[in-house]
Ligand binder design. Sequence first.
Ligand code: ZN
Length: 169
Amino acid sequence: MFYESGIPYVVVLMRCPYCLSTDIRVLDSRDVEEENSVRRRRLCNACTKRFTTYEKAELIDLVVIKKDGTHQPYDAAKILNGITRSCEKRPVNQDAIIEVANKIDRKIRAKGVKEITTKKIGEMVIRELVKLDPVAYVRFASVYNQFNSTKEFTRIISMFNKKREQLEK
Ligand SMILES: [Zn+2]
């Protein structure tokens, strides 16, 4: 996890804060016991600047409630995986996918809640995918909503078209 404007979030892919390169090396790691975190000195291979990150293993105690009522610990990587799968073979940049996953993760953490439903997370992902790629959006929405009728599918498509129109205005 990495701190940005006070809100800790999982860095799916670490970036240099100076040049945004992802080509980063860890110089040394040290446990910061009183803060229960790991301090890492990092070096950007692209611009050679150094910076420090503090990562916490268990910073938030967030439970995800699945559709069938079962609980599981929140894992931001699952959001990234879901988006990545939806964007397979689509002209979507990996950086854009990571950015969206991080954005959703930050939003979830900023809520400060103890539990969240997969439905709620799914809605947040869908909202971002609409802006990213139409096919990825439909793919994700079809898995997430588990369409059981063509009527529902048609509804999703028209919802998508409406949202696109709004964005293009
Ligand atoms: Zn850099």
